[in-house]
Write a protein that binds this ligand. Structure first.
Ligand code: GDD
Ligand code: MG
Length: 348
C-alpha cells in the first residue's frame, strides 16, 4: 500500500481575509462543505491502494486537523511541528517515519490545498508513479500549463520511463515571468506538488541534498512525545531545520527525479480569481457564498462569513467579508492580495 502524507502546515496568504494565520486555506471550505484538506484525505482513502495516512501540520492547527478528520471518519497519525520550517522538513519527518517502519514503503506526499475534479485520474496517475518510485525514482505528478504562472515549479520532461512517465531533465522552482513564458513555449510541465518516492530513496536524497534538514527531522522524531493522538516533534531539534521547501531542497537538485503527467482537473486555487473560476456560478456569472445581494452585477465573486454584502452595478468584482476584515478588488488583480498581506504585516 502507498502511505499518504498530507502536508498541511502552510500559511496560504493569497486568500486573505478568509485565509488567516489562524485558519489557513487548506482548512477552509472554499467551494462545497468540505475543506481541501478533507477532500485530499478522502482522495487517498481507498484501502486497496493506500495505507493509513500521516498528517504533518503545525502544532497550532492540531485541533482543526483532528476535528476535520473526525468529521469525515478518517483516522491518521498526526505529526505536529513546533515551528514553521517549510515543506522540506515536513517531508523529511514523514520519510524518516515511513523508513523506520519499512524502508521500501512508497510514500505519496500530498499538498492539502489543491482541488482535483477527477479523483480517479489522480489515483490512476499515483499508481503509475508509484510503480516508477519502486524502481528508485523520486516522482512528481506534472500538469500541462495553460499560462506562464510564476508561482509554480517547472519541469522539463526528458527520456521516457514507461508508465507514461519521463525523467525530469530540469526542475526550476518559481522562475521569473520571462523564463516562465519561455518554459511554457518549450513544453515544460508544472510541478503539481504531489510527490511519490520510496522512503529510503527520499532519505538518501535528503542526506545528499539537504543533510541539515534530514538530521533535524530525524532528531526531532527521536525525541518526539505522544500527546493524545498527536506525535509532537521535539522543538529544539526541529528548530535546527533550515527553512526551505522540498522543491528547492531536493527536487531542483536530485538526479533521480521523474514525472508522470496527469490530467485531473487540477487547480491549486491560489487566488480569489482561481476560486471564482472553479466555483459554481449563476446566470450572471456571479459566485456567491454567504449573505449577499447583487443588483446589476456580473462575473463577480462574493464571499461573506457574516456581514450582508450588497453590490450594485459592478462587474468583475471580488468582495470577501470576514468578521473583522473586508477585501475589495477585481478578478484581474486578486493575485496581488499577497502584496496587501505583506503590507499589513509590515504595518504590524
Ligand atoms: N507540514 C507543513 N509544514 N506543511 C507545509 C509547510 C510546513 O512548514 N509549508 C508548506 N506546507 C504545505 C502547504 O500547506 C501545502 O499543502 C504544501 O505544503 C505546498 O506548500 P505551498 O506553500 O502551498 O507551496 P507553493 O504553492 O508555493 O509551491 C508548491 O506547490 C506548487 C503547486 O501548487 C511547489 O511544490 C511548486 O513547485 C508547485 O508548482
Ligand atoms: Mg500552494
Amino acid at each position: 500500500a502507498i502511505t499518504p502524507v498530507i502536508l498541511c502546515g502552510g500559511a496560504g496568504t493569497r486568500l486573505w481575509p478568509a485565509s488567516r494565520e489562524s485558519m489557513p486555506k487548506q482548512f477552509m471550505p472554499l467551494l462545497g462543505e468540505l475543506s481541501t484538506f478533507q477532500e485530499t484525505m478522502l482522495r487517498v482513502a481507498d484501502g486497496s491502494v493506500f495505507g493509513r495516512a500521516i498528517v504533518v501540520t503545525a502544532a497550532d492547527f492540531r485541533f482543526v486537523a483532528a476535528e476535520q478528520l473526525q468529521a469525515i471518519g478518517v483516522e491518521a497519525d498526526i505529526v505536529l511541528e513546533p515551528a514553521r520550517r517549510d515543506s522540506a522538513a515536513a517531508v523529511a519527518v514523514a520519510a524518516e517515519m515511513a523508513a523506520r517502519r519499512d524502508p521500501d514503503s512508497v510514500v505519496l506526499a500530498l499538498a492539502a490545498d489543491h482541488l482535483v475534479r477527477d479523483a480517479e485520474a489522480f489515483v490512476a496517475a499515483c499508481r503509475r508513479a508509484a510503480a516508477l518510485a519502486r524502481q528508485g525514482f523520486v516522482m512528481t505528478l506534472g500538469i500541462a500549463p495553460d499560462r506562464p504562472a510564476t508561482g509554480y515549479g517547472y519541469i522539463s520532461p526528458g527520456a521516457p520511463l514507461g508508465e507514461g512517465g519521463a525523467r525530469v531533465e530540469r526542475f526550476v522552482e518559481k522562475p521569473d515571468a520571462a523564463t516562465a513564458s519561455r518554459y511554457v513555449a518549450e513544453g515544460y510541465l508544472w510541478n503539481s506538488g504531489n510527490f511519490l518516492f520510496r522512503a529510503r530513496d527520499m532519505r538518501e536524497e535528503l542526506a545528499a541534498c539537504a543533510p541539515a534538514t534530514l538530521a533535524a527531522a530525524s532528531a526531532a522524531l527521536d525525541a518526539a512525545v505522544r500527546d493524545l493522538d498527536f506525535i509532537r516533534l521535539d522543538a529544539r531539534a526541529f528548530a535546527a531545520a533550515p527553512k526551505i521547501s522540498i522543491d528547492y531542497a531536493v527536487m531542483e537538485k536530485t538526479q533521480r527525479a521523474g514525472v508522470v503527467p496527469v490530467d485531473c482537473g487540477w487547480s491549486d486555487v491560489g487566488s480569489w480569481t482561481a476560486v471564482w473560476e472553479v466555483s459554481a456560478r449563476d446566470a450572471e456569472g456571479n459566485a456567491v457564498r454567504g449573505r449577499a445581494s447583487l443588483v446589476a452585477t456580473r462575473d463577480s465573486l462574493v464571499h461573506s462569513d457574516g456581514p450582508i454584502v450588497g453590490l450594485v452595478g459592478v462587474d468583475n468584482a471580488v468582495v470577501v467579508a470576514s468578521r473583522d476584515a473586508v477585501l475589495v478588488t477585481t478578478r484581474e488583480r486578486a493575485g496581488e492580495v499577497k502584496d496587501l498581506v505583506a503590507a499589513l504585516r509590515a504595518a504590524g
